[in-house]
Ligand binder design. Structure first.
Ligand code: ADP
Ligand code: MG
Length: 235
């Protein structure tokens, strides 16, 4: 069953077409990776799915409901959560309060503290929970933001380059974390450059190039595609 259906979606910024006639299905329960060179339109497509931009053309369905005209908050209420490409944690608040901000809608009292502790431990941030978020490393800020997105317990988690600035160990751990949430039923759409990470998590891969779908399939089938090697790997 498809959880997200992007149908013939385009986005133009003045004379520039960032996303052009894209059809994309994300199946319920899968981890789907979106790859492609810089400027391919990946982040724009994410913003279209979560409602930060209205599409110039086309429609977007979530759980079979047409949400094309819905505001971002309404999409979050339906079960979407996004981690944008640039970390946007609350830098002037302590780490724990960042998690609290994301949780307070859902839990209160001792239940909330228990969930905070669980997430802080999962994210390797328990020892730093009283530090200001702005004092964390870039990689740790990425983790914190992933934690804030996870705190909403979304049906669909959208992650735009979650491992940027992370060490290989942190990247691997992020992959395992995403897989564990996926095993509990969360659907994940992730933009990623790191091929080891894509191999670790992706069940299906879509390649975007110049705003269009260029290839899709398993990672192995895509890596064997000579057209993809030309545009993506620069060969
Ligand atoms: P990717 O995430 O794949 O690197 P983006 O979606 O960020 O690509 O960008 C796709 C294209 O759209 C680029 O040419 C970029 O400069 C352009 N673009 C993205 N956002 C805007 C915007 N808000 N206004 C104008 N052009 C934009
Ligand atoms: Mg991007």
């Amino acid at each position: 069953m498809s959880l997200v259906e992007v149908k013939g979606v385009s986005k133009r910024f003045g004379g520039l077409t960032a996303v052009s006639g894209v059809d994309l299905t994300v199946n319920a329960g899968e981890i789907h990776c979106l790859i492609g060179p810089n400027g391919a339109g990946k982040s724009t497509l994410f913003k279209l799915i979560v409602g930060l931009y209205p599409p110039t053309e086309g429609s977007i369905l979530f759980d079979t409901v047409d949400i094309t005209a819905e505001r971002p908050y309404a999409r979050v209420q339906r079960g979407m959560s996004i981690k944008m490409q640039a970390p946007s944690v609350f830098k002037e608040l302590p780490v724990r309060q960042n998690i609290q901000t994301a949780l307070q809608e859902r839990l209160s009292g001792s239940e909330r503290i228990a969930e905070e502790d669980r997430l802080l431990t999962l994210l390797n941030l328990a020892a730093d929970c009283d530090k200001l978020a702005g004092a964390l490393s870039h990689g740790q800020q990425q983790w914190l933001e992933i934690g804030m997105a996870l705190a909403l317990k979304p049906q669909l988690l959208l992650l735009d380059e979650p491992t940027a600035g992370m060490s290989p160990e942190e990247t691997f751990k992020t992959g395992e974390l995403i897989r564990s949430f996926n095993a509990e039923g969360m659907t994940v759409l992730v933009v990623e450059h790191d091929m080891a990470f894509v191999r670790q998590v992706a069940q299906r891969v879509t390649v975007l190039h110049l705003g269009r779908i260029f290839a899709r399939g398993t990672l192995d089938s895509i890596l064997q595609d000579e057209k993809v090697a030309e545009i993506y790997l620069g060969k």
